[in-house]
Design a protein around this ligand. Structure first.
Ligand SMILES: [Zn+2]
Length: 492
């Protein structure tokens, strides 16, 4: 008995030692960058130029639908007028009807180029919310320390910040160490099929193999990553796939006074319930595993012990993550019923009932595997399951976090926030971005804008009172300015 007890105690001691050793092996948080060479960014002047770009109503409503061409051409012209040195230094092409492709030849034309992406279009402003805007959504007001309006976070901020950075270098007569392409799509908000896809195809056809691609998708966000307090640079290393499936349930119609055992509405309801009750399997692999590893050095000892010993604690960590809708979405393909339709009269059995369920697919699964699983769960001869439309995408590949491109992004982030150490956290982007079109061609594609924002700013993207801080925008400009000046450090 005593022997067994001693053996158990011994094993527990070994276990405790393993847990602690693993925890202590978590690398120390990265230090702040310290004094880096100063770069004079005139944030208020740059913000005023961003405000000018906000005034063009470059709205995307539906893929392939007519668009306000004059608004886009107006924005093109505005960018040419506002950034003359940049436009003199770069070759400019209009692609995919209204998208822009710039080529800025680098000092070393044999080195792999980089691609900086952004998009010119914005989502519409809903009429019912218009009165809630404190400043007109296309007014381009600069007030209370912010630039206000549609596109200030998503995504004219990116386009203008990049051009600000190029302009300052070009005006100083500087050339990038390697060739830089700027690719600004005009239909990102409706899938990018006519804009970014054409831009990427064009570059690929020209033999471009980028050493680094940066698009929108992450921020210098405070209190957004589960378990992490304060500012963190959230760098998107992958994005989820997208599919909406339509469930069509059919049965004989007729009078509701003598219903059959199974009705179209009844069968559909049961099927939806089965889908919601049987969520897709959760997993901590891929980008979320990278995120957990990057967060570990920055949290107190107890949670660090859990994050450093996932072989034992994974169920606990998973449970904690799944408490929030965001944490849940980071770990699995999500199931969201969004549309329901049946019936025209209260005493008539509808012969057809339909539902639309939207799935955001995590890396590791595909549209095909989602359809197969849904058909498996629905498993009802009365119900047909098929894609609602062609707006579907597989999840992107997962970009490297151990290569020179990611390290350059990390170093550049630390240089623009020199006074405090910032966690740089790889992240799975829930929405779609134009960056997905690079997925088949590069594993060094990142989604990030170095603008400090808070958790309360997140709903402003596509919401009411979208705005960006004047100083925050200055930080985004500085990031691109430093990145472009540091391209010699991007060795393959
Ligand atoms: Zn966007």
């Amino acid at each position: 008995m005593k022997r067994i007890l001693l053996a158990v105690l011994g094993l527990l001691g070994i276990l405790a030692a393993v847990l602690v050793v693993n925890t202590l092996r978590v690398p120390k948080p990265a230090a702040a960058a310290g004094q880096s060479e100063s770069l004079a960014i005139d944030a208020p002047a740059a913000a005023a130029r961003l405000a000018g770009a906000i005034r063009f109503q470059t709205v995307s409503v539906q893929s392939g639908a007519p668009i306000d061409t004059a608004a886009f051409l107006g924005l093109h012209e505005y960018l040419m007028q506002t950034y003359p040195a940049a436009h003199a230094a770069m070759r400019r092409e209009v692609q995919g009807s209204l998208s822009l492709l710039y080529t800025w030849q680098g000092a070393d034309t044999t080195a792999a180029p980089i691609v900086l992406m952004g998009h010119l279009d914005v989502v519409p402003v809903t009429e019912e919310n218009r009165a809630e805007w404190l400043h007109a959504p296309f007014g381009g007001d600069v007030a209370e320390g912010f630039v206000w309006g549609r596109g200030t976070l998503d995504d004219k901020s990116t386009v203008v910040a990049i051009l600000e950075a190029v302009e300052s270098m070009a005006a100083a007569g500087l050339k990038p160490a390697r060739t830089v392409y700027l690719a600004f799509g005009h239909d990102e908000e409706v899938g990018g099929r006519y804009g970014a896809r054409v831009l990427v195809d064009t570059l690929v056809a020209r033999g471009v193999k980028p050493a680094l691609v940066i698009d929108e998708g992450g921020f210098l966000a405070s209190d957004v990553v589960p378990g992490l307090k304060g500012m963190a640079a959230i760098v998107g290393v992958a994005e989820k796939g997208y599919i909406s499936l339509k469930l069509t349930s059919r049965s004989a119609g007729g009078h509701s006074s003598m219903p059959p055992t199974r009705t179209s509405v009844g069968a559909l309801s049961a099927a939806l319930d089965r889908l919601v009750q049987q969520p897709f399997p959760a997993s901590l692999d891929g980008p979320t595993e990278k995120m957990v590893a990057a967060v570990a050095p920055w949290v107190p000892f107890a949670p660090r012990l859990a994050l450093a010993n996932l072989w034992l604690t994974e169920p606990l960590v998973m449970k904690a993550l799944q408490k929030s809708p965001m944490g849940n979405a980071l770990t699995r393909t999500t199931t969201a019923p969004t549309m329901l339709n049946a019936g025209v009269k209260d005493n008539v059995l509808p012969p057809e009932a339909t539902a639309v369920v939207n799935f955001r697919i995590r890396p590791g699964e595909t549209r095909e595997s989602v359809i197969a699983r849904v058909r498996d769960i629905v498993n009802d001869t009365m119900i047909d399951v098929s894609p609602r439309d062609s707006a579907t995408t597989d999840p992107s590949g997962v970009s490297r976090t151990d290569g020179p491109a990611y390290h350059l992004i990390e170093r550049t982030i630390r240089a623009v926030v020199p006074d405090k150490p910032v966690p740089v956290v790889p992240y799975l982007v829930m929405g779609g971005t134009d960056a997905k079109y690079w997925s088949a061609h590069s594993d060094q594609v990142y989604r990030f804008l170095a603008a400090p924002i808070s958790a309360s700013d997140v709903p402003r993207v596509h919401g009411v009172n979208e705005r960006i801080g004047v100083e925050a925008f200055g930080t985004a400009v500085e990031f691109f300015a430093r990145l472009l000046r540091g391209l010699d450090q991007l060795s393959q």
